[in-house]
Design a protein around this ligand. Structure first.
Ligand SMILES: *[C@@H]1O[C@H](CO)[C@@H](O)[C@H](O)[C@H]1NC(C)=O
Ligand SMILES: *[C@@H]1O[C@H](CO)[C@@H](O)[C@H](O)[C@H]1NC(C)=O
Length: 173
């Protein structure tokens, strides 16, 4: 493939690349390790233990909760991080396919809600309030069929909320 295409592939599929080189790292750890560099400021060093070396301890990383039993064992089911000082929400969170809770309020995140979030078929709680997230709430959010609680308030979002989301308790103001 041409150099341009190759570079493009490197840019857009870093997780896959890492995965091929490090098959021992769980996919959920890779998703979080891809999330981390999107955080531009971590004043409390909350993510310091999030590292490739410690990927076996993924379930004890700050803010990470895993399922305990069966197919959920070792899979990330909740991400709760408060206290970061800026950055963006990495599209790779959408690859955490067993995520039930995504709670990252008050982290000064800017940028848009990544489109991959529509993949969260099992997401129950989405708390993005108190960031600086802009853009529109995509219709894709309406596909989050397990969602029971959403708070998007205190951001810089524009446009309307997809009608499918009106069925839920909305924190949008
Ligand atoms: C909020 O996000 C916008 C871009 O969407 C950026 O220009 C602005 O600096 C951000 N504000 C803060 C306080 O980070
Ligand atoms: C949503 O978040 C805002 C900002 O933190 C808070 O004031 C509000 O009470 C929350 N709404 C709900 C329904 O929890």
């Amino acid at each position: 493939m041409g150099l341009f295409l190759f570079l493009q592939w490197l840019l857009f599929f870093p997780a896959h690349l890492t995965n091929a080189l490090n098959p021992s790292i769980p996919n959920d750890a890779l998703s979080l390790l891809t999330f981390k560099p999107f955080v531009s400021f971590d004043p409390l060093n909350l993510l310091s233990e999030w590292s490739e070396k410690a990927s076996e301890n993924l379930c004890s990383w700050h803010g990470v909760m895993c399922g305990g039993t069966g197919i959920l064992s070792g899979r990330v089911t909740a991400l709760n991080v408060i206290g970061l000082g800026g950055g963006e929400l990495a599209p790779s969170v959408g690859d955490l396919s067993e995520l039930r809770v995504l709670s990252i309020p008050g982290n000064m995140f800017s940028g848009e809600i990544p489109t991959g979030l529509g993949k969260f078929r099992r997401l129950k709680v989405l708390e993005l309030q108190g960031n600086n997230i802009s853009g529109r709430v995509s219709n894709e959010m309406g596909y989050l069929q397990s969602l029971s609680f959403v708070n998007l308030s205190c951001n810089a979002l524009s446009g309307s909320i997809p009608s499918e989301l009106y069925a839920f308790t909305l924190g949008h103001e």
